[in-house]
Ligand binder design. Structure first.
Ligand code: TMP
Length: 203
C-alpha cells in the first residue's frame, strides 16, 4: 500500500487543525494508519528550531536566517519522519509545508519565491505532497481569531499588511501549482468538510 501525503495550508487561524483532525478520522474509519504533523516542528530537533523562530523576543532575527531555519526544521521532519511514514504506507497529514515558506518568507518578507524555493528544494530532496488543501479565509478575520486565543507568536504579531501579502501570495501560488485545491473556509465546519471529503476520496 502506498502512503499519501496531504498538506493543509492557509493563513494563521484559518481552521487547519480542526480539518486535519477530521481528515484523519475519515481515513482511520477506512482502516488506514494516520500520522499528523505540523510545521515548523514535528521532531525533537525541529521543535527546538520552532521555539527559536517563533520566540517573540528574537526581534533581531534576519529574514534569511528565518527562511533557513524554517527550511532546516523541514529537512529534519522530512527525513526523520515523513519519508519513513510514507514508505510504510501511512497517510501523513501535515499542517503547513514548503508553500508556507514560499508565501511567508518569499512574499511576506520579500526574499523572493525563487530564492526561498531553492533552499527548500535542497532541504526536502524532491518530496512532493499528493494534495494541498488551501484554506481561503479573510486574513484579518482569521488572525483576530488566533490572536484572541493566545496572543500570537512572532510571525502572527507581524502587521496586517504582512498577512495580506501572505494571503495574496497563497492565491497566486494556487494558480501555478496544480496540486493546490482552494477551499472556501468561511463556511461551517460541516460544509467545509463535505467539500474536502469529495476531494480526498478522489485521491
Ligand atoms: P503555526 O502557527 O501554523 O504553527 O505556524 C507558525 C507560524 O510560522 C505561522 O505564523 C506561519 C509561520 N510559518 C512561516 O512563516 N514559514 C513557514 O515555512 C512555516 C511552516 C510557517
Amino acid at each position: 500500500m502506498k502512503g499519501i501525503f496531504i498538506v493543509l495550508e492557509g493563513p494563521d487561524g484559518s481552521g487547519k487543525s480542526t480539518m486535519a483532525h477530521k481528515i484523519g478520522q475519515h481515513f482511520s474509519e477506512k482502516g488506514r494508519e494516520i500520522e499528523f504533523t505540523r510545521e515548523p516542528g514535528g521532531t525533537d530537533i525541529s521543535e527546538k528550531i520552532r521555539e527559536l523562530i517563533l520566540d517573540r523576543n528574537n526581534t533581531k532575527m534576519n529574514y534569511r536566517t528565518e527562511a533557513l531555519l524554517y527550511a532546516a526544521a523541514r529537512a529534519q521532519l522530512v527525513s526523520e519522519k515523513i519519508i519513513p511514514w510514507l514508505e510504510s504506507g501511512k497517510i501523513v497529514i501535515s499542517e503547513r509545508f514548503v508553500y508556507s515558506s514560499l508565501v511567508y518568507q518569499g512574499l511576506g518578507r520579500g526574499l523572493g519565491i525563487d530564492e526561498v524555493k531553492k533552499i527548500n528544494d535542497f532541504g526536502i530532496a524532491g518530496l512532493k505532497p499528493d494534495m494541498v488543501l488551501l484554506f481561503d479565509i479573510n486574513p484579518e478575520k482569521a488572525l483576530n481569531r488566533k490572536l484572541n486565543i493566545d496572543g500570537g507568536d512572532r510571525i502572527e504579531n507581524e502587521n496586517i499588511s504582512f498577512h495580506r501579502d501572505v494571503y495574496e501570495g497563497y492565491k497566486k501560488l494556487a494558480k501555478f501549482c496544480p496540486e493546490i485545491k482552494t477551499i472556501n473556509a468561511e463556511r461551517t465546519i460541516e460544509e467545509i468538510f463535505d467539500e474536502i471529503k469529495d476531494i480526498i476520496n478522489s485521491i
